[in-house]
Every structure is written in structure tokens, then in C-alpha cells.
Design a protein. Sequence first.
Length: 279
Amino acid sequence: MNVIVAGATGLIGTELTKALRARGDQVLALPRYGSAPWQVEGFDAVVNLAGENLAARRWTPEFKKQIRGSRVETTRALVEAIGKASRKPRVLVNASAVGFYGGRGDETVDESAAPGSDFLSGVVQAWEAEARKASVRSVQIRTGIVLSSKGGALQPMLPPFRAFVGGPIGSGKQWFPWIHLADEVGAILWCLDHDFEGPVNLVAPGIVTMKEFAKALGGALHRPSAFPVPGAALKLLLGEFAEVILEGQRAVPKKLFDKGFRFRFTDVNDALKDLFGQP
């Protein structure tokens, strides 16, 4: 299979590219959006992982425009390229996020749940709407917090733990929808290969609260997890983005289960021990 990937140099894109090539697929990494016209002619599949890092800086009005534009406009450009191709790809797998659901407390949310009403949810809704316009099979992967020792959302949490002052963020009661990087990549391959479409939650089935996750991370690092970060302090430091961390979603991977996908890591303790090399 010939696959074209937008966002191929990011954490997920790098590992996905390796996995595709390891199984014999041909991969072309698209240049950064706006640097060159995008063409998808003759490719079998398109994977779009492009998007500005949400945690890159405070959410000023200008940065919020970049967050939205980097997702919605890149997706629109790919959908237009697919529409213009005389030999179209068979499938578009487009990045999305569990932020679609907004803050839902203890409510369990699968792919049929209604969207939230905050800024990030609005971005994700617009993002997915563009992806659904594709004239081919379209899958929107609503990814949770990807766990990796190579980067991503886990990295800012490590220094406090390694300094023996780590702990849960906020109340610790919010849900932490995690997924191991290996399962994230495996699920994307599954979406490429299996004939279904629409939104798919890419989260591990063994969801935990923030407090439980902090305990597991402390255990993997052989460090305590008794020093919480107050929500008020996080809001002062991060502004509006703090709400994303303090709310969480109790998302479940219903579609992946229904289609027979098998996770390598369903327990957060096993996932973190794998990442940090603990027996």
C-alpha cells in the first residue's frame, strides 16, 4: 500500500511511518502545509496527523486561531486534493481528539456521545466536519493522551516525579484517557486496513483517574506521588489550556472493541513499566 502522511515528523507520525515501512508499505511524508501544493494522486491511503501543539504556549486569541487553522485548514486542503485526484485514495484517516466531548465528569462517552461546548470541542467538531467531506472512506481518530518515553504529553510530568515531588494534577478525580504509543500506531493501522468509517476513540480500555495515573507513574519511576499540583496554580500558569487537563473524559474505545482490535496495553501500570524499562 502507498500511504501519504501529513504530520509525519511528529511523535505519532514518526512511529507510524516506521510501522508502515516495516510491514512493506511505501510512505511519503507531505511537506509542511503552505510550503508546497499537496498532491495525493495515485496513493492508496492518506493519514493526516497535522496540528499545532496545544501546549506550546498560552492560549492567546492569536494562538487559538493557529490551533484551529492548523487542524481545519490542513484537513480542508487534503480533502480538496483527494477531490481533485483522478485516481483517488481509498481512505482518509484524520486526526481528532477526545476533546470533542468536552468536560463530562464521570459520564462514560463512546463515539455516539454528543459534543461539548468549550473552545477545544468546537475546534474538534470543525476539524471532523472537514474530514467527513472527503469523497472516500473517512475515519476520524479521537485520540486521548498518548504515552511515550520519547515526547508528548507525558514529558512535562516527568521532572517533578524524578525530583521526588510528583503527584496528581488538580483534584485527581478527573478521568485520564490514555493510550500507549504502540497501541495508537496499531489502531491507526487497523483503521487503514478495516472497512469502517466515522469517529473512533483511540484510548485504552483501562481508563484511570488522574490520581491513579500519578500513582502508576510514580511506581514505574520508583518515586512517590504524594505532591498534587493545585488546579488554581495550573490555571495561573497555563491559562485556558489548564481546563483541558483539569476536566478529562471517561472515553471508551467501543468501535475498536466492536471491530475486534486487540490492545497490547490495557493496564496503565504495564504501559508505564514498558515505557520506562522496569521489570
